[in-house]
Write a protein that binds this ligand. Structure first.
Ligand code: ATP
Length: 655
């Protein structure tokens, strides 16, 4: 681990600073939207290793935009330069692998303990190469335990993170676990090449003053020990928390108002005639003088400004003061040092893409780790799968008692058809219950794939591997209850064919959920689209409206890609084709009064053959093999489309 603790001094005392060495530097960074709207203008700063920078500013001042640019996640068009440690290391793969981003929302798996969460993050980091140091160095458990200890989580190491129905660790502890995930995925090792940049977006939001202080002080400790650079946007820190930071970048309306050590910020503004009152939290004061959104704040600060800067625009004047200050000039000098001039510009622009998975072997290992994690979650979190098992069992009992012990006669033929239709369509429809569990996994995927810990293939494959046995279990449990209660054909072959169709139905329905939720990963949107699609499949599948009546548009489009239709046809042929239905014999007409053409199979016993029923209802030949193939093909196509979409998204973010 790095023991390098560079000089943190700026401002008047920066004469001694060795310019850009062991620092993250950003110089004259500007950003605009594709429509040309300026989001950031000319932002500069330097953050030495082992130190923490606070980015402070009112809402909408551009803090997140700057963090996104540093972490290479921004979709904005960016000018200016960002580099790390001078030119000598700019093309080093490790330097390119070193930004870790802790987003505002904690995307954690509630069923895992703190230690398990960090262990999985460390293992994924090691495989991806994002953590080159832990690859083959020391025990991963030791690394994880040391992070747990530094983040003050030892007492909670074996506590679960928590789910909506099971209380786990507190909000502040969750924030620390989120930070810990980034740290263990990229811990420094014996070779001293730890080169992390930890980017924290609103790390203390939702925390009380004590918890915020606790979180920041633990990160500070970690930064000091490992030499990582910490950049954090922060809202309204208490004085104690604010002074934990080494330097502060103050922004307003996308412009720079101040950059320098926290302990010199008061002096700087006093010098400009803006003296921070002694009873004031300095961070609060800085937010007040840079906030132009609210009249009350404006009025409170205007008299102070009138004395200091006359009638000029508040933010413009603060920027002018900064741009003409001695502090800005010294920062500029440190940023235009020789090392920077020597820097290969193309390498300098790209310091932040984390490691890239190399080859099928790594992808396979990542998939297996994800499977292991998902199995733990499935086994522990009732919301993940347990609730769905209970729901499907409930549905089986409901159907079994509604379609209870039907005997095979002409009056029950329609009921059998309805049971097959309702069962297959409703089972498919209820796959919407999988959306919340998928979205939890998807949030974790989004976070981890940004860090290039694994890609969409590993994510989708692990999802499929864990899902298949579970869907099979549901198909079996449902069938055991409902099939026999209803009185479907009582042969083993017919039963297992029913199970197979149900299983394929569930796989296809879940593939639809995966596709829709990957494209629209918002619960209500995914729910609405999936429910709509299921309504569509039911309407155009040929049961509610006969195919020869269905209008041309639906017939030539969705009718052919409707997996529910193939499942229904397969189940109906399985149930009806080789069955016969009794109907009453009459003295006057024999079997001629039956609903379908029937024959007298014994003395005064009429039977309608299943094939006759199918013919009379317009069903053609039995193509079970083809239908099975088509349902599998549709399921694969939906998963491949989800993969293509996620890959496309990942590429767009990368460029
Ligand atoms: N891609 C974008 N397209 C259009 N506007 C954008 C884009 N990104 C950021 N902005 C705008 O830039 C401004 C700065 O946004 P940003 O999220 O960086 O502010 P912030 O300081 O982090 O705010 P907050 O503290 O409220 O999170 C906002 O007005 C935002 O609407």
């Amino acid at each position: 681990m790095s023991e390098d603790h560079p000089d943190l001094e700026f401002g008047r005392s920066t004469a001694a600073v060795s310019p850009t060495s062991s620092s993250l530097c950003f110089a004259h960074v500007s950003a605009q939207t594709s429509s040309g709207r300026a989001i950031l203008s000319d932002i500069s700063g330097r953050v030495p290793r082992g130190s923490m920078l606070a980015i402070l500013g009112p809402s909408g001042s551009g803090k997140t935009s700057l963090l996104d640019i540093v972490a290479n996640r921004s979709a904005l068009s960016v000018d200016g330069r960002i580099w790390l440690d001078g030119s000598t290391r700019s093309d080093d793969k490790q330097v390119r692998n070193n930004v870790r981003y802790v987003q505002q929302e904690d995307a954690l798996i509630g069923a895992l303990t703190v230690r398990e969460t960090l262990l999985f993050a460390a293992r994924l980091g090691r495989i991806s190469g994002a953590n080159p140091i832990t690859k083959g160095h020391g025990s991963i458990h030791q690394h994880v335990d040391s992070v747990i200890s530094v983040l003050g989580l030892s007492q909670q190491a074996n506590t679960k993170v928590g789910t909506p129905i099971q209380k786990g660790i507190s909000g502040g502890q969750k924030r620390r676990v989120s930070v810990g995930e980034k740290l263990v995925a990229n811990i420094g090792g014996d070779d001293g090449q730890s080169c992390d940049i930890l980017v924290l977006d609103e790390i203390t939001s939702g925390l009380d003053a004590v918890a915020a202080y606790e979180v920041v002080s633990r990160i500070k400790e970690f930064a000091a020990i490992t030499g990582i650079i910490v950049i954090a946007s922060i809202h309204q820190p208490s004085t104690a928390t604010f002074t934990l930071f080494d330097s502060v970048l103050l922004m307003s309306q996308g412009k720079q108002v101040y950059f320098g050590p926290v302990n010199q910020v008061t002096g700087y503004f006093s010098k400009q005639g803006l003296t921070i009152p002694s009873n004031y939290n300095p961070a609060e004061f800085l937010l007040e003088i840079t906030n132009t959104d609210f009249m009350a704040t404006k009025e409170r600060t205007s008299s102070m400004f009138k004395d200091a800067i006359g009638d000029s625009d508040q933010v413009d004047e603060l920027c002018r003061l900064w741009n003409t200050s001695e502090e800005a000039a010294l920062l500029e000098t440190s940023l235009s040092a020789k090392e920077y001039e020597d820097l290969d510009r193309s390498a300098a622009a790209d310091i932040s893409r984390p490691g890239i998975l190399s080859g099928v072997g790594d992808a396979f290992k990542s998939t297996m780790i994800l499977v292991e994690r998902a199995v733990l979650k499935a086994y522990r979190d009732i919301l993940a799968y347990g609730v769905r098992v209970i729901m499907y069992l409930g549905l089986a009992i409901l159907m079994g008692t509604v379609w209870l012990r039907l005997s095979a006669n002409e009056n029950t033929i329609q009921s059998f058809f309805n049971a097959v239709f309702f069962g297959s369509a409703f089972m498919s429809f209820m796959a919407v219950a999988y959306i919340p569990a998928f979205l939890e996994d998807f949030a974790t995927y989004k976070k981890e794939s940004h860090e290039k810990l694994y890609g969409p293939a590993a994510f989708l494959l692990a999802n499929l591997i864990v899902g298949l046995p579970f869907l099979f279990l549901i198909a079996i449990l449902f069938s055991v209850v409902e099939y026999w209660m209803t009185g479907f054909r009582s042969t083993a072959t017919a039963f297992f064919r029913f199970v197979m169709w149900l299983f394929l139905d569930l796989v296809a329905a879940e593939s639809l959920v995966v596709l829709v939720s990957s494209i629209a990963p918002i619960f209500v949107a995914a729910l609405a689209i999936t429910a709509f699609a299921n309504g569509l499949w039911m309407s155009v599948g040929g049961f509610l409206v006969q195919p020869n009546v269905l209008n041309k548009f639906w017939y030539y489009t969705f009718y052919w890609i409707d997996y529910q239709r193939y499942v229904f046809d397969g189940m109906i042929f399985n149930e009806v084709e080789s069955r016969s239905y009794s109907c009453p014999w009459t003295a006057e007409g024999g079997c001629s009064g039956c609903m379908y053409p029937a024959s007298e199979v014994e003395d005064k016993v009429c039977k309608i053959s299943g094939r006759t029923v199918l013919d009379a209802r317009g069903y053609g030949g039995n193509h079970t093999g083809l239908w099975v193939g088509l349902v599998i093909a549709i399921s694969i196509a939906m998963r491949l489309l989800a993969y293509a979409w996620l890959k496309f998204r990942a590429r767009r973010i990368a460029h």
